[in-house]
Ligand binder design. Sequence first.
Ligand SMILES: [Zn+2]
Length: 68
Amino acid sequence: MKVIFDPDIPEDFKEDILKNIEEENLGEICKVCGSDTLYVALIDEILDVKCYECGTSYLEIELTDQES
Ligand SMILES: [Zn+2]
């Protein structure tokens, strides 16, 4: 899936986020609306990975988990 990042997300995090998304095997399209684009929002310390089109949430990543 294509991934669009919130402009507030630091460049350094993006590679780890992509890795996380890959490991979750979310599939190629949104199971709700069929969109092929994800949006990663930064809300407080939580990254919310959701469908860009319909907003279905697929994954939440705590920034503190990005260390290793
Ligand atoms: Zn969707």
